[in-house]
Design a binder for this molecule. Structure first.
Ligand SMILES: [Zn+2]
Length: 252
């Protein structure tokens, strides 16, 4: 029987400080940022994968549901330091992305919420999962009080949907996530190493209904995808590079 207590043991081993020495070329802060944002995007894409492979019903936009899974997974499977790292990185990445571009009609028409909305939603969910211990996080990102007062209920709703599903998948045997590359020595590729380890750790705490492959590869754009036709999650190498450039611009 796998329970949340096991979740807490799992990925805390990957606390950024313990991996920083492997992050050739990245400062500890930069590794925390790039790694945290990459993992959060991986969880987002895994949300699409679960919606597809489990044929989950949706009562709202799929992109919002996938972002919600990212927040719930990080809270459930990481210890506090790791969860903070992921939440901070994801929130910072949406802030940075929002600062880089002006919002136009195509953004309002996009299936994704606006970058700043995604930012505040991540801050709200992370804070709402434990308001008594994470008030400083809400304060750091200037979460407006009018939103903050509902965040505990917002996270509770997320826990009743994704959280319940993850707990159920932690109780049953099933299929696995499969790391599909790069597969060579990853000591010089710390973000790929982090993601490959995360795939293994996720397999330790819950199962899939179908095998889902996960890889980092060049795709010609700074993005990430779930490909339903091949049941695979792809984090583009260019997305990792984009985050790395952002980290440098942030002074990490
Ligand atoms: Zn998406």
């Amino acid at each position: 029987m796998r329970r949340i207590a096991l979740f807490a043991l799992c990925c805390g081993l990957l606390a950024p400080s313990s991996r920083a020495e492997e992050a050739k070329g990245l400062s500890e802060e930069a590794f925390a940022y790039v790694g945290g944002a990459t993992l959060s995007m991986f969880y987002h894409e895994l949300g699409h994968a679960l919606i597809d492979t489990m044929d989950l019903p949706l009562y709202g936009p799929e992109e919002d549901a996938a972002d919600t899974l990212a927040a719930v997974m990080s809270h459930m499977i990481w210890n506090e330091d790791g969860a903070r790292r992921n939440a901070r990185a994801f929130a910072q990445s949406w802030l940075a992305s929002a600062a880089e571009s002006e919002v136009g009609p195509e953004d309002y028409a996009n299936a994704h919420a606006l970058d700043l909305q995604r930012h505040y939603r991540q801050v709200c969910l992370f804070y709402g999962a434990s308001p008594e211990t994470r008030a400083d996080f809400a304060e750091e990102f200037a979460l407006p009080p009018a939103r903050a007062e509902n965040c505990e209920e917002e996270y509770a709703q997320a826990d009743r949907s994704w959280g319940e599903l993850l707990r159920e998948r932690g109780e049953v045997e099933g299929e696995r996530l499969v790391w599909s590359g790069p597969t060579a020595d990853l000591t010089k590729d710390p973000i790929a190493a982090l993601l490959a380890q995360e795939v293994e750790d996720v397999n330790e705490v819950f199962s899939q209904t179908e095998e889902i492959s996960v890889r980092i590869q060049a795709c010609g754009e700074a993005n990430a995808f779930y490909k339903p036709e091949e049941k695979s999650v792809v984090i583009c190498r260019e997305f990792v590079d984009y985050l790395t450039d952002q980290a440098e611009e942030m002074g990490f």
